[in-house]
Design a protein around this ligand. Structure first.
Ligand code: PLP
Length: 513
């Protein structure tokens, strides 16, 4: 065995057994026991024959490698099989229900893919002269228009590459606006239910993070929030609907109070799927908000592709938007790329080129194929599905907060009290049942959180099977069968991983023997 295979992180938890090999090959039917690619290679084997290249020291300015890096040698069919088999082990939105709360894992409609692959869009190069990419610039401009319309905001920065990147964009605009006012504000208020990226972004921008407690109803404690306001507060970062799946009822009062104190309101828009087409965040008094195109507007994410986090900005922050952006200049579209030719005082550039063009195309295809009524139906169905889970599981799991939820429903581990089964054990048992687990241990405001987000794209049949499975497992846990849960997952290619060892002793480099 190589170093690498010994360092594999599929170390079983003490007491749990690796599955007994029931076949000679190690594979079971269509489930292949696939080694690491480094364990398969043989030196000198190759998929293509290339004439020997004379290596001279002057190539690459003398940076030529001195040693063999140990890349595995494989034939083309070996490589095709290896990656095909690995792809078959993957669990994705195309293979099953993926109720990962806060992530909006919805179906990626194939019409989006078809349009993104059209030659005039798929084969563009970002360095082409602008006169040859007028259609692409119009596409960016049209998407920007609909994002501004849906949010009722006057400006949008299209280039951020993900939600967290959009947060960076918004907080950098806030920092620039405060600096332009000649003020020094150092503190950012962040509710304790916030996604981890919120305090991380505020800290990355040099602010100190001041946490606001939640009420027993899962909302921002408005009295505690107001008590924290002061002349050093730069702003608040608030998610609405929040990460407990609840609408922040006091949001207008929060917006007014932060503005009165001279701060700005950053809204984390990751949960736009609950309110899209129904509430315009701009009407709630926000100053900036990122929109995760890969969540609300169905573009693939996770292993499926890059994200995109366009960030809408209020009039006060619009002058600080980063370059580049598209303007319509008489008869043609033009990209403003240079801070000196921009109207305001942009803080610079966040990303190479113009942002994630492929995601813009898919998101616009999603919007236009749905239309206004379709987008409203999508958010309505997303909320309906989450409340269906809530109503169907509420009697057996413990619902964290009373009342209807938005597009995700939060449970906690009180229903597992004294069973010896943890949230993690429960999630592992879900994997054996063929479901991607719900989000676990987030948000932090409840103990042992289980956050479920079904999205609008699941059928009633899928939800009913999921409900039946979760109910069955909850009954099993309550009946005292803790061992069953501690031993899960049983039916996966690898058993329970030692996540601590994987984090503490990751094997990141393979050394040829
Ligand atoms: C997903 C998410 C983010 C971060 O977005 P990325 O696109 O993953 O960077 C921020 N806040 C909330 C509430 C989220 O769900």
């Amino acid at each position: 065995m190589s170093d690498m295979s010994q360092g594999r992180t599929n170390v079983p938890v003490a007491g749990s057994q690796q599955p007994k090999t029931v076949t000679i090959s190690g594979s079971k039917g269509l489930e292949f026991d696939e080694p690491l690619i480094f364990e398969m290679g043989e030196e000198g084997r190759t998929g293509v024959d290339i004439n020997p290249v004379e290596i001279s020291d002057s190539r690459l300015g003398g940076l030529t490698r001195k040693e063999n890096v140990g890349l595995p040698g494989l034939s083309e069919p070996q490589i095709v099989r290896h990656y095909t088999r690995l792809s078959q082990k993957n669990y994705g939105i195309d293979s099953g229900f993926y109720p990962l709360g806060s992530c909006t894992m919805k179906h990626n409609p194939r019409v989006n893919e078809k349009i993104a692959r059209m030659r005039g869009l798929g084969d563009l190069h970002p360095l082409q002269p602008q006169s040859t990419v007028q259609g692409a610039l119009e596409l960016i401009d049209t998407l920007a228009h609909w994002l501004k319309t849906l949010t009722n905001m006057p400006a949008v920065a299209m280039s951020p590459a993900a939600g967290a990147h959009g947060e960076l964009c918004g907080m950098m605009a806030i920092a620039a606006a405060i600096k332009a006012r000649g003020e020094n504000r150092t503190r950012v208020l962040v509710p304790e239910s916030a996604h981890g990226t919120n305090p991380a972004t505020a800290a990355a921008c040099g602010f100190t993070v001041d946490s606001i407690p939640a009420t027993a109803k899962g909302r921002v404690d408005i009295a505690a929030f107001k008590a924290k306001l002061g002349p050093d507060v730069a702003g608040i970062m608030l998610t609405n609907p929040n990460t407990c799946g609840l609408f922040e009822n006091d949001i207008i009062e929060i917006a007014d109070a932060i503005h009165e104190a001279g701060g700005y309101f950053y809204c984390d828009g990751a949960n736009l799927n609950a309110i899209c087409g129904r509430v315009r965040p701009g009407d709630l008094g926000i100053d900036c908000m990122h929109i995760n195109l890969h969540k609300t507007f169905s573009t693939p994410h996770g292993g499926g592709g890059p994200g995109a986090g366009p960030t809408v900005l209020s009039e006060a922050l619009a002058p600080f938007a980063p370059v580049p952006y598209v303007i319509h200049d008489g008869n043609s579209f033009k990209l403003v790329e240079d801070v000196n030719e921009a109207d305001g005082v942009p803080f610079g550039r966040l990303k190479g080129y113009h942002g994630q063009m492929g995601m813009f195309t898919r998101a616009l295809a999603f919007m236009m194929s749905h239309g206004a009524d379709g987008l409203m139906q999508a958010s309505g169905d997303a909320v309906l599905n989450a409340n269906y889970l809530r109503a169907s599981l509420g009697d057996i799991l413990s619902v964290s907060f009373d009342g209807l939820c938005m597009h995700e429903v939060l449970f906690d581990d009180r229903f597992l009290k004294d069973t010896g089964v943890s949230t993690l054990d429960f999630a592992k048992a879900m994997i054996d049942e063929g479901f991607h687990p719900m989000t676990m241990y987030f948000p932090l405001v409840v103990h042992g959180a289980l956050l479920m987000e079904p999205t609008e794209s699941e059928s009633k049949e899928t939800l009913d099977l999921y409900i039946k499975t979760v109910r069955g497992l909850a009954e099993k846990a309550k009946a005292g069968d803790a061992e069953f849960f501690h031993d899960a997952p049983r039916h996966t290619p690898r058993r329970r991983l030692d996540e601590t060892a994987a984090a503490r002793n990751p094997v990141l480099r393979w050394k040829p023997q």
